[in-house]
Design a binder for this molecule. Structure first.
Ligand code: FAQ
Length: 331
């Protein structure tokens, strides 16, 4: 007989439960994993739903800037690779929505919050893709930043999130290499192509650094998320690590980073970079970035256009379930 999954209540084990709290604390202290049916504090659940759903929305909205170039990719090979990459991002969104659902929050609710403009997604996807080189810059810088941020999340204390991240990171590594390869080919091409690659790196570099979130002293969630082993490193730690990776790779590309203050500080053993425009970051988060309105509008349209697919899938699932129940009655 097919195994039927029981729905997980969004308040399972809550409110306060001394034994549950003690078991939770032991699991976190042992750096082990919390699973969907374990008792967990309401604030832990809320933090996870917040981060995982924002992450899922980022993957889905993040399809748009690159999808704009599928029909204009410079060759059949590039088109096929880009289509596969954009589809991978859709898959990442689905794993993440599933992980959020194990916490008792239905995907429909998360989607409604996104299209109503009530949910966050990564700031980076509110910037325009002006040339083909931007597709390379997104792969190299944006997927590169995503990997740097997400490899530690493979060890996140919430099991379904950590496991989803393992697969996502494997695919993001391929994405970063394809972005690097696009930029390398352009950088080794005509002077105009090299300039196009440099221009894309110049525009995407600072927004990619801001993907890691606000500076540590302005990051309200980091401390608690690190205490719960959701985040393993602070926003600034990961940003500095990313800068170090990019300094090495940009040399191979034969391009430069648009920051003349980048340096390795021997004393702190950390990479330092020039100031970032945190006012711009706040504007983007407030919905006033270059493409916020367009991205949300497109997401709404896509959701409406997909209504018939959801209806058909639901009708098919119902038919399958009825057929299965009839078979079970006969057996
Ligand atoms: N954009 O206290 P913190 C990708 C918000 S996936 C927008 O530091 P936290 C793949 C934050 O939510 C990219 N909002 O927060 C791809 C919070 O607001 P809230 C997405 C941001 O959670 C590639 C407030 O600011 N990746 O790229 C941003 O501890 C190519 C205060 O911040 C993930 O989501 C931002 N950049 O740390 C797809 C990774 N930064 O909720 C397509 C998982 C901060 O209190 C094409 N997420 N905020 O209202 C994380 O690691 C964390 O959530 C951080 C933020 C690091 C993003």
């Amino acid at each position: 007989m097919a195994h039927k999954l029981e729905p997980v209540s969004s308040t399972a084990g809550e409110p306060a439960d001394d034994a549950g709290q003690a078991a939770f604390d032991r699991i976190i202290a042992a750096d082990s994993r919390i699973e969907p049916r374990d008792w967990m504090p309401a604030a832990y659940r809320k933090t996870l739903v917040r981060q995982i759903s924002q992450h899922a929305h980022s993957e889905i909205v993040g399809m748009q800037p690159e999808a704009n170039w599928i029909s204009r990719a410079p060759s059949l090979k590039r088109k096929a690779i880009l289509m596969a990459k954009v589809q991978d991002e859709a898959g990442h969104g689905l794993y993440l929505y599933s992980a959020a659902e194990t916490l008792g929050t239905p995907r429909q609710q998360l989607t409604e919050d996104l299209i109503a403009g009530k949910a966050r997604y990564s700031s980076i996807f509110n910037y325009p893709t002006r040339s083909w080189a931007d597709v390379g810059a997104i792969g190299w810088l944006v997927d590169g930043a995503a990997i740097c941020n997400q490899v530690p999340l493979c060890r996140a204390s919430y099991g379904p999130y950590g496991r989803a991240m393992v697969r996502i990171c494997k695919e993001e590594s391929f994405h970063q290499r394809q972005g690097f390869e696009i930029l390398l080919e352009l950088a080794q091409g005509t002077p105009e192509q090299k300039q196009m690659a440099q221009d894309a790196v110049n525009r995407w570099y600072a927004p990619a650094l801001m993907m890691f979130g606000p500076p540590d002293d302005d990051s309200p969630n980091s401390k608690q998320s690190m205490a719960w082993n959701i985040k393993r490193f602070s926003n600034d730690e990961l940003r500095q690590r990313f800068v170090g990776m990019m300094v090495e790779q940009v040399e191979v590309l034969g391009l430069t980073l648009p920051d003349d203050q980048v340096r390795f500080d021997e004393e702190s053993q950390k990479w330092e970079h020039g100031p970032l425009d945190w006012d711009e970051f706040k504007e983007v988060l407030a919905g006033r970035g270059p493409c916020n309105a367009q991205r949300l509008e497109r997401r709404r349209e896509a959701h409406e256009d997909g209504a018939w697919v959801r209806e058909a899938a639901a009708a098919y699932a119902l038919r399958q379930r009825n057929a299965q129940e009839q078979n079970e009655e006969v057996a």
